[in-house]
Design a protein around this ligand. Sequence first.
Ligand code: ADP
Length: 441
Amino acid sequence: MQSEMETLTPTSLSSPQVAGWIVAVCLAAAWMGLAWMRRRQRAQLLAALQDESCTSEGDSATGLEPLARAAFRRVRAERERHLRLTDRLSEIERVVRATPIAVIALDHLQRVVSANPAAERLLGFDERAARGRLLQDFVRQPALNRAVSSALATAGDSHATGVSGELHLDFEEPLEVQFSCEPLHTDGQPPGLVLSLVDVTRLRRLESMRSEFAANVSHELRTPITNIKGYVETLLQVELDEPAQQRRFLEIIHRNTLRLSGIVEDILTLAFLEEPEARHTLERKSFCAREATTAVAEDLGSAANVRGMRLLIEGDTEAKIFANRPLVEQALANLISNAIKYSSENQPIRVVIATVGPNTRLSVIDRGPGIATKHVARIFERFYRIDKARTRTQGGTGLGLAIVKHIATIHGGRVEVESQIGEGSRFHLILPNHEVSTDGA
Ligand code: ADP
């Protein structure tokens, strides 16, 4: 109860959402108000017509023709006003129906008076079936129901300003919503409510991903920075007679500097790949898959040699890839250098090229430790590592596979992995071999 009360404050709202709500609430209130006015107009019109007929009857008897004409003019003016109101009402109805904000009008007993399609979608009900029924009968969300009750309890208060806040809705797919309840005054009835709900689930998820990413980046940067700082300070403060020791310190600083720049470069690459325009502005052309693989294998040859590994390129020599070649080489390099890093020494690493329908598949196959199923789904996440301490000392940034995945996706391709503990891993980079539209990719 305590935590819920804390959420019932307007402070958690961002100004565009508040503005959106105000518009939604005003529209809904206007919608209800106009419906009421329409009914009233109709009644007045009927009354006026009755007046007119009375007056007309009187005309013949009394000769009060000007009075009859005036009454007729009034009736016509009323009818025009009524038509204008009807037009305005249907205009507002269309706007309320089209708004992505869920809007529900409730009477003083929490019965649904009306709801727009966004509300039907968000809370999963049918408006026609719901009309006249209690909200809590078909939306069983205790937090929301309590918020509505507490808003209704104060709706009659002349100083009532409404209740708003953020709620967690416990559906099969949980939702985070910002809600607002505003009193709804209708003729001769105790006040009801206009309840509006904005789905902020995606926004909250993005926010938490962003702060998680920032925390991870800081954590990754901290170690090399601390090392560099420590060794530089030692070099400055302590007179080192031994040139060998001095050199060792400088080597440590150098290694940490490389690590820092590796992390920064990977972050920048990811940022570039995540830009929405990247996929449109990327320069793509057709190139030979084997040539690109050979170039990467040459670059990584010395790292493989150090560990006594052979890089073998096999398969389709004619296969083409239609993509940005430097990015494909980078993705392939990430996969091959992982195979080098994580396999035991003296094991061969194979890159097998195959044409599979409209795609070319580059499979990097190692005989390393393999990856347990529970990790397979997560290794493409940023900074996800199976053995954190070990992979960090092996120089990994934890971003390599995230980059591979982005590079594949941006070209309309994909990356897949097959792995078994003790048997090794097969990473498949699948890319189009001819020009394709990547708009929907
Ligand atoms: P890192 O920079 O740590 O290598 P990656 O994103 O490239 O980050 O890989 C994520 C994690 O997946 C690694 O930390 C490692 O635990 C695991 N991994 C990647 N490739 C392989 C492989 N070929 N064999 C075994 N584990 C691997």
